[in-house]
Design a binder for this molecule. Structure first.
Ligand code: NAD
Length: 265
């Protein structure tokens, strides 16, 4: 399977190129970067420190899509929306890990998924997707007597907050309680003043250093507390999961899928 990487010189882009090179049955068809980036025109092997791989970094996504069966996109929301339209036009597989997409952006992904096979996940690690399934089940079993708070920590470069994964965990908890996250999401960024409103799901964001991604979902009642925690120590887990999603997508009809679909969770 020929896989291309957009935003290939980014933190995740480099990990993704490595994961494709290492995966059985996959070849790297190339990468793109923003027009004007210093990596444009270079061989991808030079960026990876692997020597020449005969795949060049371009600033033209249509060329990359034409040369690929699947494209993996961990870049930025505006770029991802444009890539989804291109995947639809060319009938290609698109794996989207970009976070911080607005509701309108997500609607465009859904529109593109009428003709393209798209897997969109805020987190491609197997462990976090298991955590989402466990969170949904715990919320359903524990019920309304347990307050739900979600705490996340990431490196200081991260731009969106709360993280896409924290929001995904919030959605899983809300689903377990048969409500929509938007109706119970406590959006105050300044912390709570006064008593905690019952039924709301709160998010706390920490930023610092090189933390790859820590998430804890707390269920707290009078007398006990359940905490479900995941800690990622290497970005390689997200890259391996994205390549696994691309291989899975090859056998699927056009549509919008999640990593939980890929893992059958
Ligand atoms: P980064 O800033 O290091 O990399 C992003 C890269 O995309 C940059 O190299 C940038 O130049 C490139 N880019 C931006 N616009 C582009 C365009 N139009 N064409 C081509 N390239 C373009 O960021 P990062 O840490 O690698 O994270 C990227 C995204 O992936 C973020 O949204 C982050 O939250 C998300 N992420 C998701 C997961 C997951 O499992 N879903 C895991 C980690 C990070």
């Amino acid at each position: 399977m020929k896989i291309g990487i957009v935003g290939c010189a980014g933190r995740m882009g480099r990990m993704l190129m490595n994961a494709v090179v290492e995966a059985e049955g996959c070849t790297l068809s190339g990468g793109t970067e923003r027009p004007g980036s210093p990596q444009v025109g270079q061989d991808v092997g030079a960026v990876l420190g692997l020597g020449k791989l005969n795949a060049v970094i371009s600033d033209t996504p249509s060329t990359l899509f034409a040369a690929s069966d699947a494209v993996i996109d961990f870049s930025a929301p505006a770029a991802t929306v444009a890539h989804a339209a291109l995947a639809a036009e060319m009938g290609k597989i698109l794996i989207v890990g970009t976070t911080g997409l607005s509701k309108e952006d997500e609607a465009r992904l859904a529109e593109a998924a009428k003709s393209a096979t798209i897997v969109y996940a805020p987190n491609f690690s197997v462990g976090v997707n298991l955590l989402m399934a466990l969170t949904e089940r715990a919320a359903a079993i524990l019920g309304d007597d347990y307050d739900i708070e979600i705490v996340e920590m990431h490196h200081h470069h991260k731009v969106d907050s709360p993280s896409g994964t924290a929001l995904g965990l919030g959605r899983s908890a809300a689903k377990g309680r048969a409500v929509a996250l938007d109706s119970v999401w406590r959006k105050s960024r300044d912390g709570l003043v006064g008593a905690r409103p019952k039924g709301e799901i709160g998010f706390a964001t920490l930023r610092g250093g090189d933390v790859v991604g820590d998430h804890t979902v707390m269920f707290a009642s009078e007398g006990e507390r359940v905490e479900l925690t995941h800690k990622a120590s290497s970005r390689a887990v997200f890259a391996k999961g994205a390549v696994r999603a691309a291989l899975w997508a090859k056998e699927q009809k056009p549509g919008l899928y999640s990593m939980r679909d890929v893992l059958g969770l």
